[in-house]
Write a protein that binds this ligand. Structure first.
Ligand code: NDP
Ligand code: 2IT
Length: 454
């Protein structure tokens, strides 16, 4: 099953990856995307080839899988599967979110942990890559059930994490409420108060701007890409998918910078508001999603000028900027064609791997500004890193201080993407995908080289 050959080309290398990870479509796609960017770079830097850095980087340090047993409100015993994939800790303690969603499996968590390694490297902060979660479905569960599940999950996870080992955070289905229950249980079991989880509430060690950071960072990055082309966000029509943490704060910052947000969505469909989802309407979305935990379709009850499109994704509308902020594989080739036909200028991935590989290729062929997830959504984990720093220093920085640091980190990521992603003879087109993959690779690869054969 395991073929240990020195590969000279990407076909041989990917053949090995596919053999070793049968049926793991998401993980294989994430590896292929990185390998396509870094293989030519490795060719020019044979020290990486000789040390088999890419082979090592695509094998997680370890995978932890465990049973989570909990009791629902009716007294029934429920059983879920919990995971933590500790992918690579070359440049810092493992860091990455937890996802609670019925689709969670090893392929998805391995792809997310692999991506996280490069993303965290791009932030410039000392963080390795990891991801975890469970196939638990939080939808329709009572607060008490969520609490019992989080406590049961943490009772096992606590053995493997710690402020200098592995620091989890939120992701799909894990927001402020779940983080509080998880952190409360960790603190209780370990009798220690450390910054072992990020995304905490402000009264117990959380950082200002963490909640907003992924969405804000994604918009800051989009602004920088447009400025690179002497353009701006002001007056642009923005199509956003999702209505969770990332989507909401991407919408908020886009509005602040003078754009018009025309769509949001959830797994049941999307809403289209031609007149724009303004500040007041966005507050309604926040109320719907964060407080009532209701469906986005309810938006049209408050704003009948908008339309709800059941079972559809928002990529058919006319937009200058598209921001997929819901989940993986939510923008396919035909939707990419529709966006380009409608004049899209920039696509920024708020979610992880939302765009299918052939759709990414189509955007790049058409010279669309394409911000890959590991660059565009790195603001979330970057502010998690700042939360860790504040916890270690026992200080709390102001909103302005954290926001300024976030802006500076996104600007550095942008600069590095431009440095390694310039294409065309005159360097006029920036392939941000290639730039992000190479820039993220170098720091991790050089650390692995320095450690010798580990
Ligand atoms: P939330 O749980 O807050 O929101 C998720 C949103 O996406 C909801 O609107 C949800 O709709 C929708 N969604 C989830 N799964 C699907 C699906 N299979 N099909 C259609 N819609 C779906 O998660 P986040 O906003 O935190 O995460 C969104 C994305 O951003 C993910 O890819 C995540 O990995 C990525 N990300 C998150 C970061 C963070 O800090 N939170 C940081 C960087 C990236 P519904 O309610 O109907 O399920
Ligand atoms: O995908 C991601 O970068 C996250 N879910 C955030 C991870 C973190 O540790 O803040």
């Amino acid at each position: 099953m395991y073929e240990d050959t020195y590969c000279e080309d990407i076909t041989c290398f990917m053949g090995g990856v596919e053999k070793r990870n049968p049926g793991e479509a998401e993980f294989i796609a994430a590896v292929r995307e990185v390998a396509e960017s870094v293989f030519p770079y490795i060719e020019e830097h044979p020290q990486y080839r000789k040390a088999r850095i890419l082979e090592r980087m695509t094998e997680p340090d370890r995978i932890i899988s465990f049973r989570v047993t909990w009791e629902d409100d009716e007294g029934n015993i429920r059983v879920n599967r919990g995971f933590r994939v500790q992918f690579n800790n070359s440049i810092g303690p493992y860091k990455g979110g937890l996802r609670f969603h019925p689709t969670v499996n090893l392929s998805i968590l391995k792809f997310l942990g692999f991506e996280q390694t490069f993303k965290n490297s791009l932030t410039g902060l000392p963080m390795g890559g990891a991801k975890g979660g469970s196939n638990f479905n939080p939808k329709g569960k009572s607060d008490r059930e969520i609490m019992r599940f989080c406590q049961a999950y943490m009772t096992e996870l606590q053995h493997y994490i710690g402020e200098n080992t592995d620091v989890p955070a939120g992701d799909i289905g894990v927001g402020a409420r779940e983080i509080s229950y998880l952190f409360g249980q960790y603190k209780r079991l370990r009798n220690e108060w450390t910054g072992t989880i990020t995304g905490k509430g402000l009264s117990y060690g959380g950082s200002l701007i963490r909640k907003e950071a992924t969405g804000y960072g994604c918009v800051y990055f989009t602004k920088l890409m447009l400025e690179e082309r002497q353009d701006s966000l002001a007056g642009k029509r923005v199509a956003i998918s999702g209505s969770g943490n990332v989507a909401i704060y991407a919408a908020k910052k886009a509005l602040e910078l003078g754009a018009t947000v025309v769509t949001m969505s959830d797994s049941s469909g999307f809403i289209y508001d031609e007149s724009g989802i303004n500040e007041e309407k966005l507050e309604t979305v926040i109320q719907l999603k964060e407080v009532e935990r209701a469906r986005i379709s309810k938006y049209v009850e408050s704003y009948p000028e908008a339309t709800f499109h059941e079972g559809q994704r928002p990529w058919s509308v006319k937009a200058d900027v598209a921001m997929p902020c819901a989940t993986q594989n939510e923008l396919n080739l035909s939707e990419a064609k529709a966006l380009v036909a409608n004049g899209v200028l920039a696509v920024a991935e708020g979610a992880n791997m939302p765009t299918d590989a052939d759709a990414v290729e189509y955007f790049l062929e058409h010279k669309i500004l394409f911000a890959p997830a590991k660059a565009a959504n790195a603001g979330g984990v970057a502010v998690s890193g700042l939360e860790q720093s504040q916890n270690s220093l026992r200080v709390s920085w102001s909103r302005e201080e954290v926001d300024d640091r976030l802006k500076a980190i996104m600007a550095d990521i942008h600069t590095n993407c431009v440095k390694y992603g310039k294409e065309d003879a005159d360097g006029s087109f920036v392939n941000y995908l290639k730039g992000a993959n190479i820039a993220g690779f170098i720091k991790v690869a050089d650390s692995m080289l320095a450690y010798g054969a580990v």
